[in-house]
Write a protein that binds this ligand. Sequence first.
Ligand code: F6R
Length: 606
Amino acid sequence: MCGIVGAVGHDQCGAVLLDALKRLEYRGYDSSGIVTLHGGKIDLRRAVGKLVHLEATLAARRLDGNVGIGHTRWATHGGVSEDNAHPHVAANRVSIVHNGIIENHRTIRKRLELAGYEFASDTDSEVLAHLFLEAFDAGLDAVRATKSILAEIEGAYAFAILATDYPNQLIVARNASPLAVGIGDEACYIGSDALALAHLTRKVIYLKDDDFALVSADNVAIYQSDGSPANRETVIVAASPGIVDKGGYRHFMEKEIHEQPDAIAHSLAAMTDNKGQLTATMQVDDLRAITGIVMLAAGTSHYATQVARYWIETLAKVPVVCEVASEYRYRNPVASAFSTAVAISQSGESLDTLMALRHASSCGLHTIGLINVPGSTIARESDFVLPTRAGPEIGVASTKAFTAQLTVLLSFAVALGKAKGTIDTERAAQIHSQIQSLPGLVGRALSLFDTIRPIAHSLSQARSALYLGRGTLYPLALEGALKLKELSYIHAEGFASGEMKHGPIALIEEGLPIVALLAADEIMAKASNNLREAAARGGQIILITEERGVNEVDFVNTVITVPNVDPLLAPILLAVPAQILAYLTAVEKGTDVDQPRNLAKSVTVE
Ligand code: F6R
C-alpha cells in the first residue's frame, strides 16, 4: 500500500506535502516522512507511527525548500522503524519514496552491496535509491537512468525520486500502483491519488502502467518505459470536499454508519434513468449480452458479491461465480465460461482486484467496475462503470460502501432480469419501490445504538465468537465476523448455519457468543432449527432479525430487531446492526476503530 506525494516549485513544500499525506493516511500509518532539497542539500524528517508524530517532528524542526517528496507507510518488507520509514536517502544525493513491492530486490541488493553501496534499511524500496545513484555515477541522464532501472526492476511500483543532480525536478514512474501528476499554476505535484492533491489542483494527469515522467514546476515530460515520449490526457477531477472531518462523531466509522441512508439513496439514483427506471445506466442490449458473470473482489466487497449471486441467479437466471480476486488471477481459471467480469471495489485500487480484472479482460471478457472512488484505476480500466455514491469512506472498516454496493448490485440484478425477460416490468417496479424504502428503513435501524451497547459490552469480554446465517445472510455472517475481528481483534468465524452440523458445531461450548442473522424468508424455519441446535449445546445466541422473526426463535434472550422487510432486502438492512455491534464492541475494548492495527484502507500490494 503506502501513499506517496511530491511537489516541485512550491515555496511551502514541507507544509503542502504534510497536508497531502494527511489525505493519504488511509493507505498506511506505520510510519511517515518527508524530504526536501534546500540550498542544494537533502533535508529529511521521518517518524514512526501515525502522521501526528511526523507533524510534531516538523513543528520542532521545520523543512524548507521548494522541491520535496513524502510518504506514509504500510510495512511490507522490514519492520516498523524509523530506519525502514521512507524517504530513503543514498549518499545524501538521491532520495526515494515508493509504493508497491520490488519483487527482485534481493538480487539487486546483493549486486549493489558487492559494488560497495551501503544500505540503511531492510526495505525492498531502498534498492531504487542506490540504483539511481549507480546510474548517475555511470553518467546516465535522468531519462536514460530511469529507462535502464525500469528494465531491471520487477514488481508493482509507483515511485518518486529527488536527486541533488537534478534539483528542479522529480523523476516518477509507475507500474500497477496508482500515480497522479497534478498541474498547478506555478508548481506541479504528484500523489498516489488525485484526492491527495485536491487542496492544490484539480488538473491531473494519470500515468499509465510502465510510464515514467520528469516533473518540474512548469513541465511534465512523460515517457514510456523504452524511453519514447508519450502523451497522456490532462483531466479535470471533480471538486473534493477537502479533508473529510468526523462531523461531531467520535469516529469516522460511527459517522459512516450514520451516512448509510444517504449513501444508499445516492447510489440508487445513479442506477436509474431520468424517468426513474432502473437501467443500471447500461443499454438493454449490453445487459442482454451478459450470459454468465464472474465477480472479482476482496474482503467486504467479496462478501457483497456473494450476496449478489443469490439475487442475480434468482432474478435474472444468469449464472454467477464469486472469486476471491487474489486467487482468481493466479490459478489459470477457465474464463471462457463467462461473458462478463464484474470487479467490485470501494477504493477502485485494490491491486488483487485490479489484476484479476485485467486477467479477465485479457481472456476476452467484458468488464464492469462497481466502484466508489470515481477516476480510480479500476473505474478507468473497466468497459462499464456502475458507481456507488457512498462518498469518501475514511474508516478502514467498510460500512457505507458495503450497503451501497449491495444496493447497486440488487438494482443491477433487477435491471438485468428485466432486460432478459426473467422478471416482468411490474415485478421490477415492485422491487424498485422496495429498494427505495431502504434509506428510511436503514435510518430506523440506526436508532439501535443504545439497544446494542450492553450486548457489545458483554461481547467485548469474549475471546471468540461465531456468526451464522443462511441464504443471503450467510455472506452477511462472513462479513459480520470480519467486522468483529478486524475492529476488536476478537477471533470470529462466519458459517452457513446449515453447515454447523457437518463439523463446526464441535466448537460450541457453554457461553460461546453466536451472532445469528435471521430473516423471514422461505428458509427461516430451517435456519431457526440450526440455531436451536447451537443453543442446546450452550451457545449464547445474539439474534439479529426482523420484528416478525422474534416469535420463531422463542428460546433466545438477546434479540436485536430491525423493521420487517422484503426478504430480498434483508441482507442490506441486517448489515446495519451487525456493523453497530462490531463498532461498539471495539469501542468497549478501546481499540483504534478507524485505523485498526496492521491494516490500511486501500490495499495496493498483491
Ligand atoms: C473490511 C474492508 C476490506 C475491504 C477490502 C477490499 O472492512 O474494508 O476487507 O473490503 O480490502 O477493498 P476495496 O473494496 O477497496 O477493493
